[in-house]
Write a protein that binds this ligand. Structure first.
Ligand SMILES: NC(=O)c1ccc[n+]([C@@H]2O[C@H](COP(=O)([O-])OP(=O)(O)OC[C@H]3O[C@@H](n4cnc5c(N)ncnc54)[C@H](OP(=O)(O)O)[C@@H]3O)[C@@H](O)[C@H]2O)c1
Length: 285
């Protein structure tokens, strides 16, 4: 089966492409990228394609049986229209099956809900497209927190508004394992799957970091209003609003979900300590 994976210039698209190459063979995988220069080292055909252009994707999807669409990063009000370009291009090109990387999250009224709603709109557009489909809803990646560790250490703490709320974390590599199954295994078609690992509090995250990185961080919780104001100052209106919304959803338990990872992959999702220990082994290597 010949498959196309979008946004392989990004970290999730790349992780999925690497697993897909190992599973289906490089001759059966093509990638699309808005910035192909970033993926010169990936040994597959890459088509330059921007989510704003349906035509770019029609060119990329000739003789493709399945398309994996990685959600974009634009403002929420623009995202579902961009994704629709990819869905319509797939339909027009005779693609049989769409796989989509959506996001977990119970509905709420946080400033992140516009992003969740745009993902839900794309899920509906795929269901209504007439193509076969499988939809994954991703837990929050743990890697951005690991990447930010040096800053946490400088500050001596993790500070946000999650309070005692639990969040179901995952990693891009774990997601890539699940998405390879969703591409390959048609018996999983027609469903939406929460792809996430164990749900932990921010205090538990801090404890894991202190254990694995030998640090002495503390966790400090502030109110959603305080955190939104702080985020806007430090990360600007757009990104600050998104980040504050994410931690508000964690506070309200809206990112604590039952996971379908094992149903999809036939194995348990790695625990946070396994992911962190692989990460620290990798640094030591
Ligand atoms: N679950 C989570 O914790 C979490 C966290 C962050 C984001 N996300 C979502 O998951 C997606 C994948 O995450 P990631 O870690 O791979 O993010 P990433 O490394 O920042 O990659 C984002 C990708 O989206 C591409 N993209 C953005 N706008 C595009 C457009 N108009 N046309 C074509 N491609 C476009 C980027 O292309 P360029 O290389 O050209 O910029 C890049 O390849 C994100 O896009 C976002 O929707 C989820």
């Amino acid at each position: 089966m010949k498959i196309a994976i979008t946004a392989v210039s990004g970290q999730l698209g790349r992780a999925i492409a690497e697993k897909a190459i190992a599973t289906f063979g490089k001759e059966n995988v093509v990638g699309t990228a808005r910035t192909p220069e970033k993926v010169k080292d990936l040994d597959i055909t890459i088509f330059k394609a921007d989510y704003n252009s349906k035509e770019d994707f029609v060119k990329a999807f000739q003789e493709i049986e399945a398309v994996l669409l990685v959600s974009g990063m634009d403002k929420p009000e623009k995202r579902s229209g961009q994704h629709k370009n990819v869905i319509n291009a797939a339909k027009e090109s005779g693609v049989r099956k769409m796989i989509y990387t959506s996001i977990i999250g119970k509905p709420g009224d946080s400033t992140f809900d516009a992003v969740i709603n745009s993902n839900r709109q794309t899920e509906e557009d795929i269901k209504n497209s007439g193509m076969d489909y499988a939809i994954g809803r991703n837990g929050l990646y743990i890697e951005p927190d690991i990447d930010y560790f040096d800053n946490y250490e400088k500050e001596g703490k993790i500070i946000n508004c999650a309070g005692l709320g639990k969040c179901s974390y995952t990693s891009r590599d774990e997601l890539a394992v699940a998405y390879t199954q969703l591409i390959k295994n048609d018996s999983l078609d027609g469903q939406v799957y929460n792809l996430a690992g164990e749900a932990i509090t921010q205090k538990e995250l801090v404890d894991y970091f202190n254990r694995f990185f030998n640090s002495q961080l503390i966790y400090e919780s502030v109110t959603p209003e305080e955190y939104l104001a702080w985020q806007k100052i430090h990360n600007g209106d757009f990104l600050g609003t998104i980040i504050a919304g994410i931690y508000t959803k964690i506070r309200h338990g809206e990112f604590n979900v039952e996971s379908d990872f094992e149903k999809v992959t036939k194995r348990k999702h790695k625990k946070v300590n396994e992911i962190l220990s692989e990460y620290t082994d990798h640094i030591i290597d």
